[in-house]
Structure formats: C-alpha cells, structure tokens
Design a protein around this ligand. Structure first.
Ligand code: NAD
Ligand code: UDP
Length: 325
C-alpha cells in the first residue's frame, strides 16, 4: 500500500496543473490546489470538486501562505508568451516571490518541492539539442526575459535553498507541451493553428516557419514530472522533460491541416522579438535516471487535441483577467 501524502500543487487549476491534480487525486493523495485563476478557469478542476481528497484554494503565490504539506509541485506561472507578457512585472514576481514562498513553506514543513522550470532557460540556444549542462543564451532585457529570467532566478533559489537550508528540491525543465485543456486563446502555436484550422481561417505562421519546436503530449509530460518527484533521492536535476521529435512550425501547420481536413491557407506574419530559432531536448538524463521517455507521437497527440477542441464551447473561455502587480 502506498503512503497517502498531503500534496500542494500551485497553479493547480492550469493546463498542466489540473492534469497533475487529477492524477494525484486518483492515486488517493490529499491534494491542495492553489491558484489565482489568472490564466485558468474553475472548469478545469470542476470534476475534482466533489472528491473528498481535493481542496481548492484561491490564492496568489506572490503572497506567503501557511499550510501543512508533505510535497509541493510549483506550477504557478503563466506559460504562454501572450500570457506572461500581459503583465511582465507580475510574471517576474510570480516566479521569484512564488519560488521564495514555496521554498519557505517546504523548509518549514520539511516537504519535498518540485519546480516547473522551462526550456526557455536555454533562450535562443547555440547548443543543439539542448543538454542540461548548457547554460543558455537569454536576452536579459528582451520581452521574453520576464519569463526566462524569472524561471532562471527560481532555479537559483531552489539550488540555494537546497545547499544552504537542506530543502529537498527537484528541478524539471519542461519543453513545449500541448493537449486537451490547453487554453484555446493562449496565443501559442498549437492552440492557434487548431482553432484557425477548425474555422477554416488562415493559419498564421510567424516568420518563414523554419524555426523548430519539439512538442510533448501532456500525459507523457505528467508521467515524467511524477517520476522526477519520486525519483532517486540524490538526483535533484535539472532534468529535461520533453519530446525529442523536432518539427518546423510550417510542418506543424501542414500536419494540423491534414488532420483537420481544413481548407485554410498558410500566411506569414512578422516573427516576434527573440523568438528562439530551434528547440529540442536531449533526454538522455531522464532516460537514465527516471527510466522515462515519451510515448505519444505528435500525430496521435494532435489528433486527441483536435478532438477536444471540437468538443469545447469557445465562448466560455476568457482572456487573462486583469492582474495587478
Ligand atoms: P497555465 O497558464 O495553464 O497554468 C499556470 C497556472 O498558474 C494557471 O492556473 C494560473 O492561473 C496560475 N497562476 C499564475 N500566476 C499565479 C500566481 N501569481 N498565483 C497563483 N497562481 C498563479 O500554464 P501551464 O502550461 O499549465 O504551465 C504550468 C507550469 O509549467 C508553469 O510554471 C509553466 O512555466 C511551466 N511550463 C509549461 C510549459 C508548457 O508548454 N505548457 C513549458 C515549460 C514550462
Ligand atoms: N507561432 C506561429 N504562429 C502562431 C503562434 C506561434 O508561427 O500563431 C510560432 C512562434 O513564433 C514560435 C513557435 O510558433 O516560433 C512556438 O510559439 P509558442 O508561442 O507556442 O511557444 P514558444 O515560442 O514559447 O516556444
């Protein structure tokens, strides 16, 4: 019989956080989901509200919180460029103050704490594929810096709380992840292309579409995250979790058109500033230490995501709520 733990998921009502909560509730743990609903809605966790082992807390992680927990997954942070650039100062505060409050809580409770870091710590990488030892190429004064540098500072805090205070930490660098329940208006490439294709609208390729990304299906991602939390005690990471299949943005657009049967045309739009030219995880470390690798192909994962997009009522989704510093 496995031990029932009290587990806090910050950002637990979001795309990835809500799937993680579902998984942990299913395993019988007492799950506390903390969220300020900046980029998510209650409907993401509605099916869990009746579970005896699920609790929803509306709280902003830029403020301290006093709870008793055994484990923490720190997922609170807007993830899509349009969301994190909406209020960049708040994004930085969420990453840094959020890390400090989460780590302080972990220290007080002697809890294990996992940080949802990102491939964005590599910036526009000169090393390809990206290995964990690569230190990255981030523009500290650019429009993506609030997210990239916030996440880098959070990694620093996690390592210093570990070294100086003995906090039991885990660092996971998540690469682009997609799947059902992603915010349909988050402005990211997968949601934009599927929405556009289903409406037979033009598909907006930023730049010439030769930039690459590696897309991980959400179930694979959650499996990797949970394995890292429960992995070897002497392995704090950072570890890359992502799908090494690398696609140009144009290839992605063509696949979405094929899978939806859309009549959409591809059109080119200006490339946003500091848009990374390529991204692909080296996952040797995750394979070796966690026995993890993704199983869902882009084709299969997109098919499931498209099916979900067909099933939702887009009018029930709202843009990020006003979010004060
Ligand atoms: P999401 O926007 O759906 O989820 C983030 C959640 O955090 C939302 O529910 C939001 O309301 C909440 N939140 C934001 N600021 C908060 C604050 N100050 N206090 C409390 N809650 C707050 O995004 P996601 O895709 O589920 O991402 C979850 C985590 O994974 C984030 O930390 C993100 O940086 C990381 N990540 C995601 C991806 C990806 O491709 N989805 C890639 C790399 C890293
Ligand atoms: N992109 C695009 N069309 C869109 C949205 C995004 O061509 O409608 C491009 C974007 O410029 C980037 C890639 O797709 O090169 C991935 O963008 P996304 O915002 O999904 O994630 P990130 O840049 O953070 O990896």
């Amino acid at each position: 019989m496995s031990l029932i733990k009290r587990i806090l998921v910050t950002g637990g009502a979001g795309f990835l956080g809500s799937h993680l909560c579902e998984r942990l509730v299913g395993e019988g743990h007492d799950v506390l989901c903390l969220d300020n609903f900046f980029t998510s809605q209650k409907s993401n966790v509605e099916p869990l509200l009746d579970s005896h082992n699920f609790e929803l807390i509306r709280h902003d992680i830029t403020q301290p919180i006093f709870l008793e927990v055994d484990e923490i997954y720190n997922f609170a942070c807007p993830a899509a460029p349009g969301h994190y650039q909406y209020n960049p100062i708040k994004t930085m505060k969420t990453s840094i103050l959020g890390a400090i409050h989460t780590l302080g809580l972990a220290k007080r409770c002697n809890a294990k704490v996992l940080q949802a870091s990102t491939s964005e710590v590599y910036g526009d990488p000169e090393v390809h594929p990206q290995v964990e030892s690569y230190r990255g190429c981030v523009n500290p004064i650019g429009t993506r810096a609030c997210y990239d540098e916030g996440k880098r500072a959070a990694e620093t805090l996690f390592c210093d709380y570990h070294r100086h205070n003995g906090v039991n930490v885990r660092l996971v660098r998540i690469f682009n992840t997609y799947g059902p329940r992603m915010h349909p208006y988050d402005g990211r490439v997968v949601s934009n292309f599927i929405r556009q294709a289903l409406a037979d609208e033009d598909i907006t390729i930023f730049g010439d579409g030769s930039q690459t990304r590696s897309f991980c299906y959400r179930d694979d991602l959650i499996e990797g995250i949970v394995r890292m939390m429960n992995g070897p005690n002497d392995f704090i990471g950072p570890v890359n979790v992502g799908n090494p299949g690398e696609f140009t943005i144009r290839e992605l657009a063509e696949l979405v058109i094929e899978l939806t049967g859309a009549k959409s045309k591809l059109i080119e739009m200006p490339l946003p500033a500091d848009d990374p030219t390529r991204r692909r995880p080296d996952i040797s470390l995750a394979k070796e230490k966690l026995g993890w690798e993704p199983e869902v192909s882009l084709r299969d994962g997109l098919a499931k995501t498209i099916e979900w997009f067909r099933s939702i009522d887009l009018s029930t989704y709202r843009p990020p709520t006003p979010n004060f510093v």
